[in-house]
Structure formats: C-alpha cells, structure tokens
Ligand binder design. Structure first.
Ligand code: HEM
Length: 223
C-alpha cells in the first residue's frame, strides 16, 4: 500500500493533531449554540483550563513512555502536545480577560494581585509561552545545552498549574490526582529511575526476541 510506511511512521502525529482540535471545535460549537446556560464564562474557563492541564501532563508523559516502550514516535509528539497546551492556556486566559473582565486592565490588575490562584496560573502561562517561543530548531541551536535546562521549566509550569487548580477549588480530589501524576512523572525523570526503566525495557525486548527465535524451532522440531 502507498500509505503504508508513511502511515506507520506518522500515525500518532496525525491522531494527536486531529484530536487536539476537537475540544476547541466542541467549545466553539457549544458557545455558538448558546449551550452554556448557567455560567458560560465559568464553564468555558473551566473547560479550557482542564484541557490545557491534560495536554501538558500528556506532553510530560511522552519521554517516560518512550523510555519504557522504546517507541520513538511518542517523543515526536511531545512538542505538539506542549504547544496545544499553550493554545488552550491562551484561550483560557483570553476568556478570563476578555469575557470575564471585559479587558478592564484596572479590574484585571486587582484580580491578579488579590487572588493567589490567578497569579500562580499566570506564572504557569508565562512559562508555557516562553517554552512555546523557544521550542523551534532555531532556538534549540542558539541555546545549545541551555535549551534543555530551560525546557525543564515545563515541570515548574505543571506544578504551578496544579497549584492553581488546587487553590481555586473547594474539592481537592481532582487536582490531587493531577498532582500525583505530575509527581510520578517527575520521579520517572530522575536518572536512576530512568536507567532502571531502560534496563527493564532492554531485558523485556531481549526475552521477547529469544522467545520469538525459539518458537519457529518448536514448530519444526520433531516430536
Ligand atoms: C494565564 C493565566 C491564567 C489565568 C488568569 C487563569 C484563570 C483561571 C480562572 C479564573 C479559573 C476558573 C475559576 C472558577 O472556577 O471560577 C481557572 C481555572 C482553571 N485553570 Fe486557569 N488560569 C490561568 C492559567 C492556567 C494554566 C496555564 C493552566 C493549565 C496549564 C490552567 C488550568 C486551570 C484549571 C485546571 C482550572 C480548573 C478547572 C476546574 O475547575 O475544573 N490555568 N483559571
């Protein structure tokens, strides 16, 4: 088939790009139909905030998943997931300043300094923006080793986003689940844990290879 090799290499990218637009299209359709009845601004802020957080956590999960499974294609969607997290965080922020505060900078300033959860969310948003701008190959070349160091800030952004969620909600159960996920992913980045995961993957792969080599023999071997 013509699509065969290309599809095998790129299917995850296609799925990620297609799926990442679904929440935005859904939100626009709901808004256009007037489906948010009770508190539209709040519902839309909540929806975009949660989508941004989920995408951010998924982008953090790419490296550990690739380390454990050996699938390189998972790392190739990390940047796209991070950029989509930035997109949803920007829409989230735009709803907050545009629809909630009507671009009233005075009121906005008060809100930012009076509500701690807003400052923390804002800081997470600024980090995501900085990482989004510097995510290109050009910036990677310019910053060299510092690029990796800078992009470790993605973990700070995730911690701040979870703190933002934790601070604004009355029921901490859901944000605590995200906190546990981010903590687990941070743990998996530690060099000894990473090395252990790579060793485990290599061991599993060689066991599988040995088994595959043995199986055809078993079929042809005389009884
Ligand atoms: C850029 C500055 C930001 C501002 C001003 C902001 C503001 C807000 C506001 C006003 C709410 C809704 C509070 C309510 O329930 O009434 C909210 C909720 C939320 N935001 Fe943000 N936010 C920002 C950045 C972020 C970022 C970067 C993320 C994630 C990456 C994020 C994730 C969330 C989440 C998960 C919720 C809670 C959703 C829920 O209640 O289920 N926010 N934010």
């Amino acid at each position: 088939m013509v699509l065969g090799p290309w599809w095998r290499k790129n299917w995850l990218r296609v799925v990620v790009h297609a799926a990442a637009w679904v929440p935005l299209v859904w939100l626009a359709a709901q808004y256009a139909q007037g489906a948010f009845l009770v508190d539209p601004v709040r519902e839309m802020t909540t929806f975009t905030g949660k989508t941004a957080l989920i995408l951010l956590v998924l982008s953090l999960a790419c490296t550990p998943i690739s380390t454990v499974t050996g699938l390189k294609m998972v790392v190739r969607v990390r940047r796209a997931l991070g950029l989509y997290a930035l997109l949803y965080a920007s829409v989230h922020f735009a709803i907050f300043i545009g629809l909630d505060y009507g671009f009233d900078l005075g009121l906005l300033g008060e809100a930012i300094f009076e509500q701690r959860f807003v400052i923390v969310g804002f800081a997470a948003g600024v980090i995501l923006l900085l990482l989004g701008i510097t995510s290109t190959r050009g910036w990677q070349r310019r910053l060299r080793r510092n690029w990796k160091r800078l992009h470790r800030l993605v973990y700070v952004a995730a911690v701040l986003a979870v703190a933002h969620f934790l601070w604004l909600t009355k029921d901490p159960q859901e944000p605590l689940r995200y906190a546990a996920l981010v903590a687990g992913l941070l743990l998996l980045r530690l060099p000894p844990v990473r090395r252990a995961a790579s060793r485990l993957r290599r061991r599993l792969a060689s066991r599988l290879e040995r088994k595959e080599r043995r199986e055809p023999e078993a079929v042809t071997a005389p009884r």
